[in-house]
Each structure stands twice: as structure tokens, then as C-alpha cells.
Design a protein around this ligand. Structure first.
Ligand code: TK8
Length: 395
């Protein structure tokens, strides 16, 4: 114990010096269990006990160990911290809380899922890194940010590719999406489910957008994905890739003229306060991936893994219903808050898609043509059979 405490004060303990703590477990009051090797490369709070903070941590640790003892400590719930970029009252925040309730119930309280919203633990990219390094248990990034390790994630976001949510569900929950998630463990990550982010629409402070000729020169924040940046540039935008957590401030300060996101996110993030025009464009379909650190996943029992998979799928189904019902309500809210609404008709979408052919061809090569074709074949088959056919009223 004494030796443990003194080494604790000297620096973060090695993994084998945590008798009562499984890797990834986070006893109160530390929101993040940070490994010794991780630099302060991102905004996830560094675990560096020093001075008064170190003394307080040592005291709390001593109290924790003394009160629990090895046997009782084993029964302590294992806390999985989930960082998200969106606010706690967003759809994503509600989904994580729903998931947390299910996980806790299905594991009889062995696992506790704790939400940290609003980018408190970093942005999509930095939180993914934190998972890979075992410093954070879970996050729910937009799938586009996973393209840095698996390029095929970009295909999901090819502009004007999915026409309906039913098409997206079929592709993502079917073999195509399942196989894509299966590539994640080799990158230190485990993907449990695709949760909906949604069809994306544009907002800006300059002018109504009705056709692609209106895009020229508009400074547009995009997600951090090379295919998206290339696409927006090819359409004439001055594309500025930026983490989501910086977008509100960039719009407020006028560093960028616009951004694009699903309607539910535009409302939840209060972008209407700093944006005057909304363009219903449905130009990109996007999804969030419920992600776990592989290190944490490997430390869980089979029963607990099964419980998490079940909870992830159940929340997914519920979350998609919330998302789809929420879009109409969000549009009404944005109009009521004074946003000027215009629309890019589907025919113009098709023209835009054709203008992006070169961008697609370039990225198809990076991604591997096989994976791209599999997606198109799945969509073509669905369309031929009339499944998930676009209903113009939905768009
Ligand atoms: C939130 C993001 C957001 C996404 C984006 O962390 O970056 O615009 O749509 O939902 O994942």
C-alpha cells in the first residue's frame, strides 16, 4: 500500500500497479484514467498529479482502498466514461443516457456509463485518439472522422449517395456496415453500432442558397475528412475543416460564413443564434459510431460485452426514431427563431453529384474500388426492388 502510494505520487502507476482497478475503469473523482505515455496532445484533461492535487488524489485513493479492501473493490462498478461533442440535451446526449440505463440494467450495475457532453473531454478526433490510448472508454464521433484510419468510412458521406434513411439503415446494419466496423479492432477501437447523425443541411450568414452557383466563395466549415473537403472545394466553397467543438464560436466571430449539420444538431447547438440562412439540401448523410476503446472492451467479460451490444442496438433503433421525428420539429423551431429557409431541389442535387465525379474517382482509388462498388450494388438492388425508395415528401 505504502509503496503503491509513493509510486502514485511519483507518477502515474503502471497498469500492474492498480490492484482494484481494471484498465479503463475510472473511480470517482477522476473522470479520465490517463496513461503515463500519453502526452498532452489534445484537450482531454491530462492525468498529472502534482503538488496539492497529487496530495488530494493520494488521500482519496487511500480512503478508497481502505474502505473497499480487495474483495469489496472487486464488486465496485466499472465506470465507462463517454465523451461526446454535442450538448447533453442533444439527441446524442439523450441516446447515451438511454444506452447507459440499458447497460446498467443488463449488467446488474456492474457497468456504469457516465456521459461527458459538450466537448468537455475533447473533439471527435482527439477523443478517438484517447480511446486508442486507453485514456477514455467511449465516444460517439461522426463516422467521417474515422477515415484517417479506414478510408472506406468516407463512402458513407459521398454527397447525394443515400436518398433515404431506409437506404442508409439497410447498408449500415447489413454486411457492408458490419464488415466496416470489423476493421476497427486493428486500430484499437471497437464499434458497437451506427447511430443516426442524419441528412445534413447548410446554414450561412451571407445569402440564401438555391443552386450550386450560390456556393462560390462562401467560407464553409466542414468536418475533418479529406473527401468532404475536396467535395466542398470542387463545388466552389472555401472549405475550412474544423472540429465541431469550435464551430459555434467560429460562426459567431465570423471566421467562417457557414456550416452544415442535421437540423436536430443545428437547434441543439443553437447555431440559429449566429446564422441567418438555412438551406434544406440533404447533401450528405452522416452517422455517429458508438465506439469503445479496444483495451476496455478486452477487459470486459463476455456477458458484459453481450449486454453492451444489446443495449447499443436497442438504443440505435430508438435513437433513429427520435432523430427522424425530431427533424420536423427542429425545422419548425428554426423557422420560428427567424431563420430564412431555402431549398436545393433533388434535381440540382443530382447535377452536383455529377460535378463531383472526379473527386469520387480519386477517393475510390484510395478506399479500394471493391468496397465502393459493394455499396452501390446494395443501393441499386434496393432501388430495383423498390425498398427504401425516396419519397419526395421526405426530402
Ligand atoms: C459532434 C460531431 C457532429 C458532426 C460534425 O461531435 O462534426 O459536424 O455532425 O455531430 O460529430
Amino acid at each position: 500500500m505504502e509503496q503503491f502510494l509513493s509510486s502514485f505520487l511519483a507518477g502515474p502507476p503502471a497498469a500492474n500497479m492498480q490492484p482494484a482497478l481494471a484498465v479503463g475503469e475510472t473511480p470517482a473523482p477522476w473522470p479520465i484514467w490517463r496513461r503515463a505515455t500519453s502526452g498532452a496532445r489534445d484537450s482531454v484533461r491530462a492525468w498529472r498529479p502534482r503538488g496539492a492535487r497529487a496530495a488530494r488524489m493520494a488521500m482519496l485513493l487511500a480512503a478508497f482502498l481502505a474502505s473497499a479492501g480487495p474483495a469489496a473493490a472487486a464488486a465496485q462498478p466499472h465506470t465507462l466514461n463517454v465523451g461526446i461533442g454535442l450538448p447533453a440535451d442533444s439527441l446524442q446526449g439523450r441516446a447515451v443516457r438511454d444506452f447507459a440505463g440499458r447497460v446498467e440494467a443488463y449488467t446488474q450495475g456492474r457497468l456504469v456509463v457516465q456521459l461527458h457532453a459538450g466537448g468537455a473531454l475533447g473533439n471527435d478526433l482527439t477523443m478517438i485518439q484517447a480511446l486508442q490510448q486507453g485514456r477514455l472508454s467511449m465516444t460517439v464521433p461522426d463516422s467521417s472522422t474515422l477515415s484517417s484510419m479506414e478510408k472506406a468510412f468516407s463512402v458513407i458521406n459521398y454527397p447525394f449517395t443515400f436518398l433515404t434513411e431506409a437506404e442508409a439503415d439497410a447498408v449500415l446494419d447489413g454486411p457492408w456496415g458490419t464488415q466496416l466496423l470489423q476493421r476497427l479492432p486493428s486500430h484499437g477501437l471497437v464499434g458497437l453500432a451506427f447511430w443516426e447523425n442524419g441528412f445534413r443541411h447548410m446554414t450561412n450568414n451571407r445569402r440564401p442558397l438555391q443552386s450550386s452557383t450560390d456556393f462560390a466563395g462562401l467560407r464553409m466549415r466542414t468536418m475533418q475528412n479529406p473527401m468532404l473537403v475536396d467535395s466542398f472545394r470542387a463545388l466552389g466553397f472555401d472549405a475550412v475543416p474544423m472540429p465541431f467543438t469550435q464551430v459555434y464560436e467560429a460562426l459567431r466571430a465570423g471566421t467562417v460564413d457557414g456550416q452544415e449539420n442535421p437540423l436536430t444538431t443545428i437547434v441543439a447547438s443553437r447555431f440559429h443564434e449566429v446564422q441567418s440562412h438555412l438551406t434544406l439540401s440533404s447533401h450528405v448523410y452522416s452517422v455517429h459510431v458508438l465506439l469503445l476503446s479496444r483495451e476496455v472492451w478486452d477487459s470486459l467479460s463476455n456477458d458484459d460485452r453481450e449486454a453492451m451490444r444489446r443495449a447499443a442496438a436497442e438504443t440505435r433503433d430508438l435513437q433513429r426514431r427520435w432523430s427522424r421525428a425530431g427533424s420536423a420539429a427542429a425545422l419548425a423551431e428554426l423557422r420560428a427563431r427567424g431563420m430564412q429557409v431555402s431549398r436545393i431541389p433533388p434535381a440540382e442535387g443530382e447535377r452536383i453529384r455529377r460535378r463531383l465525379r472526379e473527386v469520387f474517382e480519386r477517393h475510390n482509388r484510395d478506399i479500394g474500388i471493391q468496397k465502393v462498388l459493394e455499396l452501390y450494388v446494395t443501393l441499386a438492388r434496393m432501388r430495383a426492388l423498390g425498398n427504401g425508395t425516396p419519397d419526395p415528401a421526405d426530402r
